[in-house]
Each structure stands twice: as C-alpha cells, then as structure tokens.
Design a protein around this ligand. Structure first.
Ligand code: GRG
Ligand code: ZN
Length: 335
C-alpha cells in the first residue's frame, strides 16, 4: 500500500554523529566570553567544571583548545594556604571535591610539580573519620563520594601507601557497610543504592584493590536494569533517564567487566540525541539546555562504549586511559 511504499522509498535520515567540533567550540566558549579565562571560570564554572571541560576535550582529542598556562594559574589561584589544599574558587575554603579536580587537572597538564604534596596529603588524611569514611572538608559532612576523592587524590599523588594498614581497612569496612541487598551502594550506611554512589564506591574499591567486597553478579544485574526502553540510563529504579548516568553506571560496569550487558547501540543513540546540534554541548536529555557537566559525562560514556575516534577513558579515575597507564595506575578489568 501507499504507506509501505513511502516508507521503503523515503531516504533514510542521516545517522546522528558526535559533533566534536561543535562541542570543542562550546567548551572553549565557556572560557572565552570575557578577555580573561580565569575571570570567567571563577564566576561560571568553578574548579570541577574546568576538570570536566578539560577531560571532555582530552577524550575528543582537543586538549589544546584551552590555554594550558592560564588553566594552571587558575588552579593555583584556588590554593587555600591555611588548609593546605584547593577550594572551588580563589578565596574559597579547601574541599576534597575541588582538591581532587585540581590534582586531576595538574596531572593531565603534566604540572603536578606545582603542588606541595606533603601538605595536600596531610589535608586528605586529616579528613578520615573513626568510622573509616572521609569528610569533604573541616566542617565534617561525610559521604562515600569523599572517600573516593581521598583515595583517588592520594593515588594520583603516588601517596596511597599513607593509608596502608588500619586506615585502609577502616575505609574499606565503611564502604562494605554501605552495600545494600541489591548489590548497590549508598552515600551513608543504610542509604539507598544510587548509581553515582555505586561508581564512587566501586572505583574507590578498585583503587584500594578490594573489589572482592563487590557482589559482582547482583550489582551487574542492578546496573544493567538502569537502561530504559528509550536507551538512556537512570540512576535508580523508577527515575528518569539522564545522560550523566552513561558515565556513573557504565564506569562501574566497565570496572566489573559487564559492559556487554548494556544495549550499546541504544545508549549511544540516546546520548547523541541529547546533543545541541546548533550551539554544541550535551544536555541531560534531548531538548534540555546543555551544560559542561553533561557534555563531559556524555562524551565519557561514549568513550566507554568504544565510540569511534574518541580517546579511551579510564573508568576508575575518569581521566584519559593513557595518562593513568603512564602513571602505572591502570587496573586490569575484573573478569
Ligand atoms: C572524578 C568522576 C569524578 C567524580 C568525583 C562528585 C563525585 C566524585 C562523584 C559524584 C557521584 C554522584 C553522587 C553522582 C550523581 C549525581 C546526580 C546526577 C545526582 C542526582 O540525584 P537525584 O536524586 O536524581 O537528584 P535522580 O536521577 O535520582 O532523580
Ligand atoms: Zn545528570
């Protein structure tokens, strides 16, 4: 009939591709609307956003799109000399989240020599609580996110050995107590499983070489259940899909060697459909406003899926695999 014929003769719509030049331009534009990159980054992006932007550029093979010296100067301007670590903005108090971002940026820019490593190590170690979990800063909020930040930062600094023995045992024991019946992990003991917390706990255990704590089959099942009929992933049952879970969920699956349990083609199509094909950038879901966070985690997810032309991402450190490999920190995947 007529409809079948048109369906057969209509030219297929060109398959959506990753618009790398547009996304590079979008990330550059975040720092270029004012003469001074530093000014703009302080007011609009903060230190973690510089890490997201730089990592996305590295994965897309355009690391040099942002000026290296300006970026390093900005990172150093976030140093909190009283605490001995980095804040999110110049004149902000030091925090583990921003300290990890600073270290990740300096590692990617091969500028770790700018850091007073013993002071940062002292700051990180001082935040471990008697239960084993880490606080984010001197005000004491605790979360398994901060344990990940602490062990990632120490590992990148080549100082993970400072946790050897009882501090490491306590850190692992706390994460183990956050494991739930569904194999997932929460932010605190008794908190519900959430894909973001699953990532931080599994990645921290990978760095600490204690993946034996993970119930791989149960968690692998919970993680692949995050895929919805539209191809996108949610962060926990009954919630909406969101591009950033392409990283939080997939990275944990990569560490556990369960990526084949996801429908990669459908997830790839979902991430690509959340691109802004005019202004560049990726949103949390199709039609929403783009931001650098979802641009980074969308590109990161595509890299984990083996999207052609992208640099491999290390799922544990969320940095280019060749950078982690060069530091001798690349973990073999768990079989
Ligand atoms: C170096 C990659 C890297 C991370 C640093 C900050 C951090 C360590 C990890 C964050 C992990 C995390 C908790 C991510 C989840 C973020 C997110 C999308 C939270 C949204 O939660 P809800 O409850 O949304 O607002 P849902 O999707 O559940 O409705
Ligand atoms: Zn999101």
């Amino acid at each position: 009939n007529y409809f079948d014929q048109t369906a057969m003769t209509a030219s297929p719509s060109p398959e959506l591709q990753l618009a790398i030049p547009l996304h590079v331009q979008y990330i550059k534009s975040l720092g270029e609307n004012k003469d001074d990159l530093t000014y703009h980054l302080t007011t609009h992006l903060r230190l973690n956003a510089v890490y997201w932007g730089l990592t996305a550029l590295c994965i897309m093979g355009h690391k040099d799109a942002l000026d290296r010296d300006e970026m390093i100067d900005f990172v150093m301007s976030c140093w909190d000399d009283e605490a001995g670590a980095f804040g999110a903005h110049p004149d902000h108090d030091a925090h583990l989240l921003s300290t990890l971002s600073a270290i990740q940026i300096l590692v990617m820019q091969d500028a770790l020599d700018r850091i007073d490593i013993p002071r940062v190590v002292k700051f990180v170690v001082s935040l471990q609580q008697p239960s084993g979990v880490f606080a984010g800063d001197c005000w004491g909020e605790t979360d398994t996110r901060f344990t990940y930040c602490a062990v990632n930062a120490l590992s990148l600094l080549g100082q993970l050995h400072v946790l050897d023995g009882e501090p490491k045992e306590r850190a692992v024991a706390y994460i183990e107590r956050c494991r739930n019946f569904d194999g997932g992990f929460g932010s605190q003991i008794g908190a519900e499983s959430h894909a973001g917390q699953v990532f931080v706990c599994v990645a921290a255990l990978a760095i600490l070489d204690r993946l034996d704590v993970v119930d791989v089959e149960t968690l692998g099942w919970w993680l692949c259940e995050r895929q919805l009929p539209n191809g996108g992933l949610n962060g926990r049952p009954e919630k909406l899909e969101d591009v950033c879970y392409s990283f939080w969920v997939l990275s944990a699956m990569a560490i556990l060697d369960k990526i084949p349990w996801i429908d990669a083609d459908k997830l790839t199509a979902f991430i690509l459909s959340a691109q802004d094909m005019e202004g560049g950038g990726i949103a949390d879901r199709p039609g929403d406003m783009v931001d650098v966070f979802h641009t980074h985690f969308g590109v990161a997810g595509l890299s984990l899926l083996g999207y052609p032309g992208l640099v491999d991402l290390d799922p544990v450190y969320c940095m280019p695999a060749h950078v982690i490999e060069a530091k001798g920190l690349r973990k073999p995947e768990k079989g």
